[in-house]
Design a binder for this molecule. Structure first.
Ligand SMILES: *Cc1c(COP(=O)(O)O)cnc(C)c1O
Length: 460
């Protein structure tokens, strides 16, 4: 069952040199970084898979756009170009640029919710959850159960559990549910897609109870591609048509443009038709981000973003993009290495608990694998497991995560087939020496979001 690598639908015009340190040097670097991959210098990393956010390669057209960018404070040409692209692709009347995804959340969410209210999502991304809580509301996840079983292959593991959604609404009372958030693709479940049927159903539930639906749209294009491939009725539709239908099943969206819009910085808010809400969005944007027509971005960013939105929905590009992930996944299948399956859009989430069964969750298998990948191959990944989850705020005891993943987030248009082969070979090598991979203990940690800063030590 060999999956072929889909050749890149681009050629390389500019290169960035990367160096690989020796194994001895890497052992020293990671020790000096207190076994925290966030503390490494990027130049000491050979293949950097920490995130796919803002780490993508822009095209020659986007770089040309950088030179074309209009830096006027108000009414820049680049702003109007972005509005046109946004309206054309999403079909919404109002589009507001902001500097990144969390800024969109910061601007919009306080206008939709407050203390005592609840927001329900298929799964909240961490900054999205944070902004629900900053607005005084509570965030509840309601993903389908199969999302939590890495070995169970289902086409749309990112879906909202709609039965449970209705139960939650009835339980808390529709008047207390401020917002439904559909995260596409479902990042926290491993970049798993959401089906059109599910989006439609959730929107109907929203309508039935009078609850607004917002799409957290960071990976909208990858999600549309999965719908085309996996949902029969959409096989012959264009990605643009599918995107347009997706967004018809919501009232607003917040978007990090650092993912599928293939830029290094940027974000968007979309409002379908609520002029009053848009007025308030403009007010918050001016307070938090900058004047309405630049929203915390340079004119050149607006320009490259409006081009990137179209490149992100190009079918040849998406075919290659998802094909690259499928190639990676097929190689892991042959090697008997478990991951959140089937593979999602932007990353491969290795089941570190299965690969390193001798390491208890309290000794962080996901982090142990990430450290070993750096030592063996200079690859930087990150833990999505108990290490990231942290301690129970009441008891101070280590929480046990549903998963112990090590995430390979793949930047767009950056790495080639041979880089993917190195990733696979390194995993196979570690699988063969699994017994020798140590668990880790934390020797210092800050009170919140500890994984960014904590110091660790291998357990002898
Ligand atoms: C990245 C991301 C965000 C936040 O966007 P930033 O640009 O990092 O601020 C929100 N939601 C999802 C699903 C994301 O992937």
């Amino acid at each position: 069952m060999e999956t072929k690598y889909i050749p890149e639908p681009f050629r390389i015009k500019m290169v960035e040199t990367i160096k690989i340190l020796s194994r001895e040097e890497r052992i020293k670097k990671i020790k000096d970084a207190n076994y925290n991959l966030f503390n490494l210098r990027a130049e000491d990393v050979y293949i950097d898979l920490l995130t796919d956010s803002g780490t993508n390669a822009m095209s020659s057209k986007q770089w040309a756009g950088v030179m074309e960018g209009d830096e006027a404070y108000a009414g820049a040409k680049s702003y109007f170009k972005l509005l046109e692209a946004g309206k054309d692709i999403f079909g919404y009347e109002f589009i507001q640029p902001v500097h990144q995804g969390r800024a969109a959340e910061k601007v919009l969410f306080p206008l939709l919710m407050g203390p005592g209210k609840i927001a329900i999502s298929n799964m909240f991304f961490d900054t999205t959850r944070a902004h629900v809580e900053i607005a005084g509301a509570r965030a509840v996840d309601c993903v389908v159960p199969e999302a939590k079983d890495p070995s169970k292959r289902a086409p749309f593991k990112g879906n909202m559990d709609t039965e449970r959604l209705e139960k939650l609404i009835e339980e808390h009372g529709p008047e207390n549910i401020a917002l439904i958030v559909m995260t596409i693709t479902n990042n926290s479940a491993g970049g798993q897609p959401v089906s059109m049927a599910n989006l439609k159903k959730v929107y109907e539930i929203g309508k039935k109870y009078g609850i607004t639906v917002n799409i957290d749209a960071a990976r909208f294009a990858e999600n549309a591609y999965f719908i085309k491939k996996r949902e029969e009725a959409y096989a012959d539709k264009s990605i643009k048509e599918i995107v347009s239908e997706i967004f018809s099943y919501a009232d607003s969206f917040t978007m990090s443009a650092k993912k599928d819009a293939i830029v290094n910085m940027g974000g968007l808010i979309g409002i379908k038709d609520d002029a009053e809400l848009y007025q308030k969005v403009k007010g918050n944007t001016i307070s938090f981000e900058g004047f309405v027509t630049y929203g915390g971005l340079s004119g050149r960013d607006l320009e490259s973003l409006s081009i990137g939105l179209y490149e992100g929905i190009d079918e040849d590009y998406l075919n290659y993009r998802i094909g690259q992930m499928e190639y990676f996944a097929a190689k892991l299948d042959s090697a008997g290495i478990a991951y959140q399956a089937p593979v999602g859009g932007h990353g491969l989430f290795i089941d570190a608990a299965a690969l390193l069964p001798h390491i208890d969750y309290r000794e962080f298998p996901g982090q142990a694998l990430a450290i070993q990948l750096y030592i063996e191959a200079g690859i930087r990944t990150c833990d999505i497991g108990s290490y990231m989850l942290g301690n129970d705020p009441d008891t101070g005891k280590q929480l046990k995560s549903d998963f112990e993943f090590t995430r390979f987030a793949i930047p767009r248009r950056v790495y080639t087939q041979s880089h993917i082969d190195i990733m696979v070979d390194s995993l196979i090598k570690i699988k063969e020496m699994a017994n020798e991979v140590p668990g880790y203990k934390i020797i210092w940690e800050p009170p919140i979001l500890r994984h960014f800063q904590a110091y660790l030590e291998p357990i002898e």
